[in-house]
Design a protein around this ligand. Structure first.
Ligand SMILES: [Zn+2]
Length: 90
């Protein structure tokens, strides 16, 4: 189950999600890249700082890819020149 929460880092109220699992919750903010997990100490500022310094970990890239497919896939394709190539071949 996924629900929107207030981001503890950038305080965005629309783009930070809590994904509630059976034994823990994970958190991901699409605005600032914050991600955490209830198995960690969420209140640890040190952890938050570490997360800020490494926003491009593998899992975040997966989430970004998912977001691209939902909202910006065509835009991303254009940026990479894919849609232009498709038109030329059509
Ligand atoms: Zn945030």
């Amino acid at each position: 189950m996924e629900r929107v929460i207030d981001c503890p880092v950038c305080y965005d109220t629309d783009n930070c999600f809590e994904d509630v699992q059976e034994n823990y919750s994970s958190y991901l903010c699409f605005h600032c890249g914050f991600m955490s997990d209830s198995r960690y100490e969420i209140s640890s500022l040190q952890l938050v700082e570490n997360l800020k310094k490494s926003p491009h970990d593998k899992r975040l890239d997966v989430e970004n890819a998912k977001e691209y497919s939902q909202y910006e896939f065509l835009k991303a394709c254009k940026e990479m020149g894919i849609t232009r190539d498709l038109k030329q071949n059509a």
